[in-house]
Design a protein. Sequence first.
Length: 140
Amino acid sequence: MVTVIFACIHNAGRSQMAAAFFNQLADPLRARAISAGTRPADRVHPEVAAVMGDIGIDLSSATPQLLTPEFAAEAEWLVTMGCGETCPVVPGLRRLDWNLPDPKGQPLDRVREIRDIIRNQVGSFVAEQAWLPKRSSQVS
């Protein structure tokens, strides 16, 4: 089982969306995602929760987490969300940085655009790493 951490500063927007999409798309027997931030907010941004709810993903119980060495100990990948120089660095993890705009305070239409960009990025990453669920050979 591979663990991927999606991280941004507040863990209240981009990284929450990315982890939710990852866990929806990846085979749960092969890979899973968690998310964290370097300065976690108190809650997921309301506009992020709203646009994810639009597509049936409930982030109402998601809680921003602090990225600590202990939190990262079980992971193999760290995907940062375009936080520039303030992005976390965790030695020993494979790392990607996706330069994504911050949805905080943006109009809902813009947050939907960011959501869709993140969904596409995550889908490509899951496919590239061959973490998609295996198709059943049985026909019902």
